[in-house]
Ligand binder design. Structure first.
Ligand SMILES: Nc1nc2c(c(=O)[nH]1)N[C@H]1C(S)=C(S)[C@@H](COP(=O)(O)O)O[C@H]1N2
Ligand SMILES: [Mo]
Length: 310
């Protein structure tokens, strides 16, 4: 596997979570100069993820959960399909087109686009619209930093994102499951919020393909489908952009898609969630307003009827 991070610990013979915990202790002990990680091969900048307090008190899911139970319809609609079929996706080289209302549009090699970004570990709750959840220790950087780098022009109001369209490598795209490519969008203020990140890794690994390699969006206060994977285009626009699930079924999926336990999906309750990895008979947990990020983001939606703008 070209491009895997060099690491003095091997991943195969210990559980990922234990390895990660050991690694954290090592890092804590080794100080700033120890244990540099390199990511050759995929054009990634040297990763030196800063530990943060995001997710303090949350218990991350095991890497095995995070990489074996996925939604990535480009590889099929089953939860196991992405793990089965995404392995052969070519993620290097990878180019991201940045266009629309920006000062520095262009086709950026991934390494160039993300160079200079402050890589951080962000442990976030992740809540799928299907009422299951996980806790994921992402590695990434704030989308705001990338937007500052490319220069957002006045008049831009939304950010639009597109996933790779490559049916030769994405078996789901050979079927009309969705109107490909998968697309999503955020209001500019949502995109600029410090919670909104572009993830390029999780635990101490580059993003596994089934999780959206080599770069994906993560917006933790919104349902999972907003967090678009394997991004090849970022556009600054002045109109609400096409969003795949919203356009596929606007009665069931809104543009905003903020996690909201008081607004049910037409076919199921959103009041509780099944915690993946919590065991077969574990109780469902109550879903939190804005997925637990209410203090940070509620002000964005003040005065909006969240039953209408769901
Ligand atoms: N391109 C693309 N991005 C996507 C999806 C998809 O099918 N295609 N599924 C979305 C949905 S519904 C969810 S819940 C999350 C799942 O992310 P995970 O597999 O890393 O948990 O990815 C989102 N991003
Ligand atoms: Mo989802």
């Amino acid at each position: 596997m070209a491009g895997r991070w060099k690491n003095e610990l091997t991943w195969s013979d210990v559980t990922p979570k234990d390895t990660w915990m050991n690694r954290r202790q090592l890092l804590a002990g080794a100080g700033a100069m120890g244990l540099a990680m390199t990511a050759a091969g995929r054009g990634e900048a040297k990763i030196n993820a800063k530990k943060t307090s995001y997710g303090k008190g949350l218990k991350p899911n095991k890497l095995g959960d995070i990489t074996s139970y996925n939604n990535f319809y480009e590889f099929g609609t089953g939860k196991e399909d992405p793990a089965k079929y995404a392995g052969s996706l070519t993620t290097d080289p990878w180019t991201v087109k940045v266009d629309g209302m920006v000062d520095k549009p262009g086709n950026y090699a991934l390494g160039d686009l993300i160079s200079g970004m402050q890589m951080e570990e962000r442990i976030y709750r992740f809540r799928c619209v299907e009422a299951w959840s996980m806790v994921v220790p992402w590695v990434g950087f704030e989308l705001a930093d990338l937007l500052k780098k490319v220069g957002v022009q006045g008049g831009a109001k939304y950010v639009a994102f597109e996933t790779l369209e490559r049916p030769e490598e994405m078996p789901g795209q050979r079927r009309g499951i969705l109107n490909w490519p998968y697309r999503e969008g955020l209001r500019l203020d949502e995109a600029m919020h410090p919670l909104t990140i572009m993830a390029t890794g999780l635990y101490d690994e580059p993003l596994p393909n089934q999780c959206g390699a080599p770069i994906r969006l993560v917006v933790p206060w919104k349902y999972g489908f907003k967090s678009i994977k394997s991004i090849v285009r970022i556009s600054l626009v002045d109109k609400e952009p096409y969003a795949t699930w919203n356009k596929t079924n606007s009665r069931e999926y809104g543009f905003y898609s903020n996690v909201n336990p008081t607004v049910d999906h037409p076919r199921w309750s959103q009041a509780t969630e099944r915690v993946i990895g919590g065991g077969l008979f574990s109780a469902r947990e109550p879903t939190l307003m804005f997925n637990g990020y209410e203090a940070e983001v509620a002000s964005f939606y003040k005065g909006m009827d969240l039953k209408k703008f769901f």
